[in-house]
Design a protein around this ligand. Structure first.
Ligand code: GTP
Ligand code: MG
Length: 328
């Protein structure tokens, strides 16, 4: 028997993607029959309205599903890439299409105009809590854009980082406390720490929230030009490539080992293990051991990526250009 195609159904991910948390939120919307058809195709048929029910979805995952109303189905799978991609593929095979900006008004009928609908759509995708105020101000800004004008390109570039988490790479000599810093900022143990150089062999990454700005933080292995071990050399090379592509390189050092000579253009020097001494020129000194300087470090990094002046800029921001970039 041929399953009915879900004409007009749309899907979108309400959770950040690539995933930041453990659970993803997939929304399917459209008229009742179209949503029924998608629900049937992925194994979520016949859900009682507004009840959370555990189902095997698209053969990919046991996930909570909820039929919010006739027009909306929410699925909450585990956020692993393979799982989400399999479910999305099944939803698309059933005939649902990815939500586009033009659908924003349909998805958010409560919005008062297109800008507000797009802002709500952007908010549902935005990685950073700091994005909320800026996005919610845009409707009013665009209503008087003839007075306030539009933000300049540099400001737009900084604000875009609220929607696409920027890449931050922490580099430096071995054993200066780079991995300890990541763990302290993440509030959990992401990277292995030990009192011997070369502990981090491959780069390790985590999404971390720096005072409301979410960044993709990459903890690189210590750079040591005397290290001839081929595995370490190739790991260092891979890390250097990441650093070159990063929005910001944090050049870490400490009093004993100093800093790498400035090989990266967009580098911010941060002195670590400050409780053991501070020598050398750095934008900030911090100690994970005592906690001193960590708040200031977070503020400096956030300010470099998204300056306060950009957040407070009273002009209108064409944020939907960011949304239509690939990968969003
Ligand atoms: N006194 C003091 N020790 C620290 C501090 N932060 C880290 N350490 C210690 O310094 C040692 C090295 O820390 P790591 O975080 O592994 O250093 P790393 O730069 O990641 O080292 P590699 O991965 O080998 O390049 C460990 O013994 C940590 O416990 C600090 O703020 N103060
Ligand atoms: Mg390390």
């Amino acid at each position: 028997m041929h399953a009915r195609r879900a004409e007009g159904a749309r899907w979108s991910l309400d959770s950040p993607w690539p995933a930041r948390g453990a659970i993803a939120v997939l929304r399917v919307s459209g008229d009742g029959a179209a949503v029924d058809a998608v629900a049937a195709a992925v194994g979520a048929a016949g859900l009682a309205p507004a009840r959370m029910t555990l189902r095997t979805i698209a053969g990919a995952d046991r996930a909570l599903a909820c039929r919010i109303d006739a027009r909306t189905l929410l699925i909450f799978p585990h956020a692993g890439r393979a799982i989400v991609e399999r479910i999305v593929a099944a939803v698309e095979r059933a005939g649902a299409q990815r939500q586009t900006l033009d659908d924003a008004l349909a998805a958010f009928p409560e919005a008062r105009d297109g800008v507000e609908a797009r802002a709500l759509l952007a908010l549902s995708h935005a990685a950073s809590p700091l994005a909320a105020d800026v996005l919610l101000a845009q409707r009013e800004r665009w209503s008087r854009v003839h007075e306030c004008g539009e933000v300049d390109a540099a400001t737009a570039g900084a604000l875009a980082r609220l929607l696409h988490p920027p890449l931050v790479a922490a580099v430096g000599p071995p054993n200066v406390g780079k991995s300890s810093l990541l763990n302290a900022l993440a509030g959990r143990s992401v990277s292995i720490v030990a009192d011997e150089p070369g502990t981090t062999r491959d780069h390790v990454g985590a999404m971390i929230d720096l005072g409301g700005l979410v960044v993709r933080w990459i903890d690189c292995p210590g750079f040591d030009s005397r290290d001839t071990d081929p595995l370490s050399r190739s790991a260092q090379l891979a890390a250097a490539e990441i650093a070159v592509a990063a929005d910001l390189v944090i050049s870490c050092g400490d009093a004993a080992s100093g800093f790498l000579s400035d090989t990266f253009t967009v580098a911010l020097r941060i002195g670590l293990r400050a409780d053991l001494g501070r020598t050398g020129d750095a934008a900030a000194w911090a100690s994970v051991r005592t906690g001193e300087g960590l708040d200031q470090l977070v503020q400096i990094v956030r300010e470099r990526l998204v300056p306060r002046a950009a957040l407070d800029d009273g002009r209108a921001w064409r944020f939907w250009d960011v949304l239509s970039q690939p990968g969003f």
